[in-house]
Design a protein. Structure first.
Length: 423
């Protein structure tokens, strides 16, 4: 009997198969972590695909929360600081600067001399006008004396005429004597009338004119020495001693740099919201740590067209009072400042961006996004507004999300997906 060797042969006759079994188990053990990661990635992709599939057809929107906070309605502008009480001195005639006893920036007292102009020509002019006046007064006296004499001569001639007329009627005087008497009356009357109604009025008119010119000459003479009208500071000396100047040349400026104002233009739309007394925040980031609180002092009664960097605009001029600062003020005349006119304030108001409210048919509407993405159309009542936000008086609650810039797709009941970048 031959021995059975089939098992042994089977075991040793397929060494490759044995090797293959051992190699497969070793591969799984070596790449186990990588395979798990692949399965997880595939599962994530599958889940994302399912989510995106569910979201297919949703309308993407931007939204913002209804918030509660302090609200201001403001008008913004910019302006330049000017001295409130600024006095300018200009040459009254062609002359020469004789003396300047002060320096730029000096503090001066009321009545203190600022400049002295050459008065030689002014003195001559004043003397000439004075002399003309004296001569005319003498002529007037003489004319008035002549009138009295002419009146007496006229009265005498009239009396002689009357007597001659009586004598002629009785035959004691001739017609020729009467005519001569009448001629005398006419001559004396003409002289009286000319002196009384022509010469004297003309002389008086000339005297009046001469006195006016003399007064002006005296005024120029007085103004040739310039005095400060109040306590202030020399802000500008536009000339030098010995300089020849023409009529109207700016000589100096006096003012108080601590008393400032701002004059600026506001566009016609914003200007309609302003009133005298409105508070104004005055800021300059480089110079002021805290805003100065001024107020509108005056609003021009008419608008004017001005040229700006954006083209021609219709503006209304306003004047703003600038409060004085303690100690040495960092603000100087000519500096630029930013202005915020505070029209209205409200504490703890419900606010939404302007883009969240649209006009419906006779009503204001907002669209609220629920947790499930379903949109609810709500009628709202609005209050104050500025360039960014609108106050909601009724219709919304704090924390609700409202759609920004809703278009025709946004209606009550539609489902949306909020942009991840929305607030």
């Amino acid at each position: 009997m031959q021995p059975d060797t089939s098992i042994s042969n089977n075991v040793h006759s397929d060494p490759k198969a044995a090797k293959s079994k051992g190699g497969s188990g070793s591969f799984l053990r070596r790449h186990r972590k990588k395979l798990i990661a692949v399965f997880i990635l595939l599962a994530g992709v599958l889940i994302a695909f399912q989510v995106l599939s569910r979201q297919a057809g949703l309308i993407p929107v931007s939204a913002a929360e209804v918030v509660q906070g302090d609200f201001e309605q403001n008008v913004f502008a910019s302006g330049k600081l000017e001295v409130k009480d600024l006095t300018e001195f200009k040459a009254e005639t062609e002359t020469r600067v004789q003396e300047i006893p002060v320096k730029l920036g000096d503090k001066v007292s009321k009545g203190q001399i600022i400049l002295v102009m050459d008065t030689s020509s002014l003195s001559v002019e004043a003397s000439q006008k004075d002399l003309e006046g004296r001569e005319l007064r003498a002529k007037i006296i003489n004319s008035e004396s002549n009138i009295r004499l002419f009146q007496q001569a006229y009265d005498t001639a009239q009396k002689d005429y009357n007597n001659t007329k009586v004598l002629m009627e009785s035959g004691a005087a001739s017609l020729k004597e009467l005519e001569q008497a009448e001629q005398k009356v006419t001559e004396t009357q003409e002289k009286l009338v000319v002196e009384q109604e022509a010469n004297l009025p003309l002389l008086k008119a000339q005297l009046e004119q001469a006195e006016v010119l003399y007064g002006k000459a005296q005024e120029k003479l007085q103004k040739a020495t310039i005095h400060s009208p109040y306590d202030g500071t020399v802000l500008n000396l536009a000339v030098k001693a010995g300089q020849e100047v023409e009529n109207g040349t700016l000589l100096a400026q006096i003012g108080n740099p601590a008393q400032l104002l701002i004059e600026t233009g506001i566009n016609e739309v914003d200007a309609a919201l302003l009133k005298v007394g409105d508070q104004v925040e005055i800021t300059n980031s480089a110079l002021l740590k805290e805003p100065l609180l001024g107020s509108i002092e005056a609003i021009a009664p008419t608008a004017e067209v001005v040229s700006t960097s954006q083209g021609e605009q219709t503006q209304v001029k306003i004047r703003i009072n600038v409060p004085a600062t303690e100690g040495e003020s960092p603000l100087k005349p000519g500096f630029n400042v930013n202005l915020k006119v505070i029209l209205q304030k409200k504490e703890q108001a419900l606010l939404v961006p302007l883009e969240a409210v649209i006009d419906g048919e006779g009503q204001k509407l907002a669209y609220v996004v629920g947790q499930d993405g379903i949109v609810t159309e709500k009628e709202v009542q609005t209050g104050l507004s500025n360039e960014l936000f609108m106050e909601i008086v009724a219709g919304l609650q704090v924390g609700e999300k409202v759609i920004l810039n809703p278009d025709g797709q946004i209606k009550d009941g539609v489902q949306v997906i909020v942009n991840a970048q929305s607030n």
